[in-house]
Design a protein around this ligand. Structure first.
Ligand code: PLP
Length: 373
């Protein structure tokens, strides 16, 4: 089955009691046990599993062409669960431009905990190779990256990981399973912030890990999920599953809009540079074509001619782009990244990150025409 069909079929539960077509929400935290000690429904207690979470996890596994999915209360809870699989003295490579909170988690929580990290330019295979140590256990990839939309060659990095006995995990939040499926390129784990494109409406936090035929790691992660308890509520699971039902139409349209906006802005004299993997001017356009098989996504960033103030002023002039953090919702958002990330951030002063929504593209372009003046 193709992903559009999977997205619908995998999120629909057959409810024998009522025949409900939309999946019911099972709020019960506990489930009946028989006098012989068994649980006829297969469910025991909601932290361990519940019908809405199970449906979502199976759906996520299907979309990413994996065999096992694990849902969490946020993207950060999913990343934390994966990092809990390692022990003191294990070494992990991460991108020098990883998602802001991923980096903070590494520095403020897991480095004091005893894991070792080296930040590398994940777009540079030679630099990655050089940073590998005998105790390297994982390479963490985020592609396209935030906010410069740098790409990492998933296949090459996964192969390299395996030659040194490490696993390769990919944060596929920006790619989405519609556009890019890392497990097909040899990655071992896919991570998602389902807060973004998968749920798609800026109204629920969620995270996920997806694996393919990796029983030992899945078993370990199931224990961590169950006993650390960073799990999503049944209603959260329902909202993410409901978002998945329209993933393909949303992301395809957002990709079309972002591509058109990127092409328009690239030619504008008041824009210094556009970062979008679908532009032939992107220095890694070849990698984009190889692994973003479904399109180049709804995210782009631009460097405005001038300084930080010029860029900030522009966000005030745009009427159709709400100034707010986050991404992947149906509404267009814009954000000055440097002022969020702080003075030590390597992000250029004049950079704005744009999450393109489902508004009409002619309106979106006209908004920029007027704001740029
Ligand atoms: C938002 C995001 C996260 C963190 O997810 P939360 O759901 O906010 O915890 C991780 N990686 C990327 C790329 C993100 O955009």
């Amino acid at each position: 089955m193709k992903i559009e069909t999977l997205a619908i079929k995998s999120t629909q539960m057959h409810d024998e009691n009522t025949g409900a077509v939309s999946t019911p929400i099972y709020l019960s935290t506990t489930f009946e046990r028989d006098s012989d000690g068994t649980y006829p429904s297969g469910y025991v207690y909601s932290r361990m599993n519940n019908p809405n979470r199970e449906l979502l996890e199976k759906s996520l596994a299907a979309l990413e062409n994996g065999t096992d999915g694990l849902a969490f209360a946020s993207g950060m809870a999913a990343t934390t669960a994966l990092l809990h699989c390692f022990k003191t003295g294990d070494h992990i490579l991460t991108p020098d431009d990883a998602y802001f909170a991923t980096n903070a988690l590494i520095e403020e929580v897991f480095t004091p905990w005893g894991l070792e990290f080296t930040k590398v330019n994940m777009a540079d295979l030679a630099e990655i190779k050089q940073a590998i140590r005998p105790n390297t256990k994982m390479i963490w990839v985020e592609t396209p990256s935030n906010p410069l939309l740098k790409l990492s060659d998933i296949q090459a990095i996964a192969e390299l990981s395996h030659t040194v006995g490490a696993i390769c995990a990919v944060d596929n939040t920006w790619g989405t399973p519609l556009l890019q499926r890392p497990l097909d390129f040899g990655a071992d784990v896919v991570m998602h912030s389902t807060t973004k494109y998968l749920s798609g409406h800026s109204d629920v936090l969620g995270g996920a890990l997806i694996l393919k035929e990796n029983e030992p790691l899945v078993t370990k992660l199931r224990s961590i999920q169950k006993y650390t308890g960073g799990v999503p509520s049944p209603f959260d699971c329902w909202l993410v599953a409901r978002g998945i039902r329209t993933l393909s139409v949303r992301v395809r349209e957002q990709t079309k809009n972002a591509h058109a906006l990127a092409e328009f802005l690239e030619k504008h004299p008041k824009i210094e540079k556009v970062h979008y993997p679908g532009l032939p001017s992107h220095s890694q356009f070849d990698i984009a074509k190889k692994q973003m098989t479904g399109g180049f996504g709804g995210m782009l960033s631009v460097q405005v001619v001038g300084d930080a103030q010029n860029a900030m002023n522009l966000t005030g002039k745009l009427q159709l782009f709400t100034t707010a953090t986050s991404l992947g919702g149906v509404e267009s958002l814009i954000e000055h990244r440097k002022s969020i990330e702080g003075p030590t951030s390597p992000t250029p002063d004049n950079l704005l990150r744009v999450s393109v929504g489902l508004e009409n593209i002619e309106d979106l372009i006209q908004d920029w025409v007027e704001a740029l003046g």
